[in-house]
Design a protein around this ligand. Structure first.
Ligand code: NDP
Length: 296
């Protein structure tokens, strides 16, 4: 048996970001500098890292970044007022509220307040509905990145059996919608699914978005299948020193790589694509808001 091709998400994302920088240059020549506003409430350390990385990537792409930090005890009204200001600001084309929000704040109400055309996370119910009904929509960045890698690996996805493990609004459901749009036969599995191993074994494409370290085993994978591992799980790594952790995915990479045709590693697979897709969505938003056709 041969081992799987390892999909280099970092390199793929670097290529995408270079293309985006080109689109940004073209937009600037038309008088539009794409602007992304990121809102962080509170001091969650993981969120702070994500927000910092998004700021760096925004600047590297030649876009304008706006960072808004509110204290953990900020009120819902303060947050909604900020969103209203950003909705009205012509220099801001994308608005992202870093989740999770501290207790006491209602994430659904906050997302609902973002102008749908500036909702670069694709979480607004209007964008979710537009995707589901086949209209132009802002699409959630993580599944969008997964789809780009799948199309790069497989070309036309028509007729392939796809199994998405996980049904969150952020990853699983939009992933399933995108695969359906590509004419896959889509199964959405979740915590109540019976015989998950058997369901996965049918799949030409497995997307794991569960949040359980190394749950999907190599013997759940059909030989030659393409495996996309969305999971980011921190597990203890005593071999790196006391109290140290390392990242693993939702797929047991060491066994799956023996069976799959292609597989994304963790880290270095889906993660880097997510930020690149956020930049891509910001370019799309900036184009549409200015009556310019977005890049293909
Ligand atoms: P959620 O916790 O919102 O959803 C997890 C899903 O997995 C649920 O639908 C749940 O089912 C299902 N599930 C849980 N346990 C099992 C099980 N034993 N068998 C089958 N299904 C199960 O997570 P997210 O979708 O937000 O994230 C999933 C993973 O992806 C996490 O590790 C997260 O860190 C990572 N992630 C990575 C990103 C990236 O950029 N690479 C971005 C976003 C997330 P049920 O609905 O029945 O409870």
């Amino acid at each position: 048996s041969s081992t799987a091709r390892i999909i280099d998400g970092k390199a793929f994302a670097a290529g995408l970001r270079a293309r985006i920088a080109g689109h940004v240059t073209a937009l600037k020549a038309q008088g539009v500098t794409p602007g992304l506003a990121v809102v962080l409430v509170g001091e969650d350390p993981a969120s702070e890292v994500y927000v910092r990385n998004k700021g760096i990537a925004t600047a590297e792409a030649g876009m304008q970044g706006f960072e808004h930090k509110l204290p953990a005890d900020a009120s819902q009204e303060t947050l909604l007022e900020l969103i209203a200001r950003l909705n009205a600001d012509p220099a801001v084309h994308g608005i992202l509220v870093q989740l999770p929000l501290p207790g006491g704040l209602d994430a659904d109400k906050v997302i609902d307040a973002i102008a749908p055309e500036k909702d670069v996370d694709g979480f607004h119910v209007q964008n979710v509905g537009r995707l589901a009904t086949g209209m132009d929509a802002m699409v959630s960045c993580t599944p969008l990145g997964c789809l780009m890698m799948l199309r790069d690996q497989l070309g036309d996805l028509s007729g392939l059996e796809a199994v998405v493990v996980g049904r969150s609004n952020i990853v699983g459901k939009p992933m399933a919608q995108l695969l359906l749009r590509e004419n896959c036969t889509v199964t959405i599995a979740h915590s109540r699914t019976r015989d998950l191993a058997g369901v996965c074994r049918r799949a030409d494409i497995v997307v794991a978005a569960v949040g359980r370290p190394r749950m999907v085993q190599g013997d759940w994978i059909k030989p030659g299948a393409t495996v996309i591992d969305v999971g980011i799980n921190r597990i203890p790594a005593p071999e790196r020193g006391e109290g140290r952790v390392r990242l693993v995915g939702d797929v047991d990479f060491d066994s799956a790589v023996q069976v799959a045709g292609a597989i994304t590693p963790v880290p270095g697979g889906v993660g880097p694509m997510t930020i690149a897709c956020l930049l891509a969505n910001t370019v799309i938003a900036a184009s549409r808001l200015n009556g310019i056709a977005p890049p293909a």
